[in-house]
Design a protein around this ligand. Sequence first.
Ligand SMILES: [Zn+2]
Length: 299
Amino acid sequence: MNACLSIAGETAPINAMSVDVEEWFQVGAFERVIDRADWASFAPRVEGNCAHLLDLFAEAGITATFFILGWIAARHGSLIRRIAAAGHEIASHGWDHTRVFLLTPAAFAADIARAKATLEDAGGVAVTGYRAPSFSIDGRTPWAHRLLAEAGHRYSSSVAPIAHDHYGWRAAPRFAFRPLADAALIELPVTTVSYAGRRMAAGGGGFFRVMPYGFSRWAIRRVNSHDARPAITYFHPWEIDPHQPRVRGAGLRARLRHYTNLAGMAGKLRRLAGDFAWGRVDAVVAAEAWRAEVWPAPQ
Ligand SMILES: [Zn+2]
C-alpha cells in the first residue's frame, strides 16, 4: 500500500480526512432544546452540504471517510451511494447520535448493528469503520470495543485522549492501539498535539473552525514530523453551511460553539486539503496496524 508520500526528500505520512455526517439539528450542543422525536419535522440540509464537500474533495483530488448516522442512511440512500461512488469510505457514526456512555451494552450492540446494516444496504458496500458520537468511548465503557469487534467492525476512531468538558479519555494512547488483546480491532484516536507538557485537541471540528488556520497547520506538521505519525482530522457537513436555520433557546456557549466562523470554513478546508496528503481512515488504519500495541496492557 502507498501509505506515505515523499515530499522534498522527506517522508510524510498520509493523514486521515473524515466527516461525521449528521444534520444541523442533531448535534450534541442542541440536544437539550431539540427532542429526537422532532427530528423528522426539521428541513434536511445534509444532501446539499455533502454535495459541497464532495465537490471540494474532488477538486483537491482526495478521498475521505464519511462516518454516517444510520438515521440519515435510512432517509438519504442516494446520498450514501453517491459518496461511495466517488471513492470515499462509508463508515458508521451509530444510529441516532446517542453517546456510548449513556447506553447499556445491549443497547449499544443494537445501535451499532442497526446502523451498520442500514449503511451497508444503502451504500452496497461493507462497513468496517465506526466513530462514536462525540468521541464517547472512554473509561466508562470498557465493553464497547469488544462489541464493535463482535459486530464486524475492524477499526474504531472513537477516542479523544484529552480532558474536555464534554468528552475525553485522558489516559488513552495518542496514536493507534489495540484495545483487545485477542482481537485485531484497531482504535485510531482523534489527533491531539503535545506541546510544552500540555496535550490539546487538534483534530478538527469546532477547534479547527474557531482557531486560526495556522494553528491547525502547525499542529498537523508537528504530529507528522515530531511524532512521525498521521493526523486524524474530522468535521461536519453543517460546519460549511452558513445559511442553516438558527436554533432558538440554546445557551450562549452552545451557540458560540456551533455558529462561529461557518462562513470561513470552506476556504479553510481547501487550504487544509492542499497543504497535506490525505486519505481514507481505513487506509491509515492499515498503515498503522503494525505498530499498534495492546492497551491497556494485559495483566
Ligand atoms: Zn457526531
